[in-house]
Design a protein around this ligand. Structure first.
Ligand SMILES: [Zn+2]
Length: 313
């Protein structure tokens, strides 16, 4: 994880072989028992975080791993227990657990449910799963729709929600009160800087809301979609640095928009904003800053032409 970004670059053959090997989606993830009831599995690719909570009569699974074997191991670890699947957002790497739990009760936001209803989430999952050689069963479904600022029960647990759209079209922060665990989706990530597929303005607002919620909930663990699990103090430090970046990106995008500069100059202005931290290599290869530029065009209704575009569902 962090070793990938902090270790000095070495060029010997063994390092190169390790780098190639760890980039494979079939490499098993890492399993950590956070407490007698909470288990964390982090997949190798993209450091996706999947959480399992085992209570006496039921289990909760939050999000997924980008690796069918990791998901099967999570499923096998909870056996036939009645299970609820909580999904922070319908991006491929978070929703891909659904097909592995045919009997589970699946909960997500209204916008997440819309991405399932229009077929786009299943299509993205089928296309990207095939590229990676993974059988991720893109037969998605949702059983319960929950919006922001709601409080609902899952067995004997209480869950409070926080609106977290922006990174994607949908998004929901989920605080599991009795366990003190706050799953925030793809925000507050120590392994990368903000990466926005939909609206940067909404991502900024969601980061503000999630930071406020960390202060209000005082969780034991903050679990972002990717990278290390954080203490509340770490999450606040990451989130505040992210906000500084997002606010500055918004400022230069507004300036470029009002000045009527070319998309190329606008792009350069946003790219010039210093990022709060580097991204893990397999995130960096998705060109997160380019995605953020595209989001600033989209937010302002500008059909900006980028210097190149990414083929990524
Ligand atoms: Zn993600």
């Amino acid at each position: 994880m962090t070793t990938q970004t902090t270790r000095p670059v070495e060029s010997n053959a063994a390092e190169a072989r390790t780098a190639t090997f760890t980039a494979k989606a079939t490499t098993p993830g890492r399993r950590t028992e956070l407490s007698p009831t909470v288990t964390h599995v982090q997949s190798t690719v993209w450091q996706c975080n999947c959480i399992t909570i085992r209570r006496p009569d039921h289990a909760v699974v939050i999000d997924s791993c980008w690796n069918s074997h990791d998901i099967e191991a999570v499923r096998d670890s909870i056996g036939g227990t009645t299970t609820t699947l909580l999904i922070t957002h319908a991006d491929i790497d978070h929703v891909c657990s659904v097909g592995f739990f045919p009997d589970a009760h699946v909960v997500m936001s209204p916008e997440g449910a819309a991405r399932l209803a229009d077929g786009s989430a299943s299509r993205d999952l089928a296309v990207e799963g095939a590229k990676w050689g993974l059988d991720l069963r893109p037969n998605l479904r949702v059983d319960q729709v929950v919006g922001p600022d709601e409080r609902f029960t899952v067995g004997d647990l209480h869950v409070s929600t926080v609106g977290a759209r922006g990174h994607a079209f949908d998004g929901l922060g989920l605080f599991i009160e009795e366990e003190g665990l706050f799953a925030v989706g793809d925000y507050l990530m120590k392994s990368q800087h903000p990466m926005v597929w939909w609206s940067l303005t909404e991502a900024r607002r969601s980061t503000e809301r999630l930071l406020a919620a960390v202060g209000r909930f005082d969780p034991r663990w903050v679990v972002p979609g990717h990278g290390p699990i954080l203490t509340p103090q770490e999450a606040i430090a990451v989130g505040e640095a992210d906000l500084t970046y997002l606010e500055e990106v918004e400022r230069v995008a507004d300036e470029a928009h009002h000045a009527g500069v070319s998309p190329r100059e606008w792009h350069l202005a946003v790219e010039s904003v210093p990022v709060p931290r580097p991204c893990a290599p397999d995130i960096e290869m998705l060109s997160p800053r380019l995605l953020n530029v595209a989001a600033t065009f989209r937010d302002r209704g500008v059909d900006g032409e980028l210097t190149w575009t990414l083929n990524m569902a």
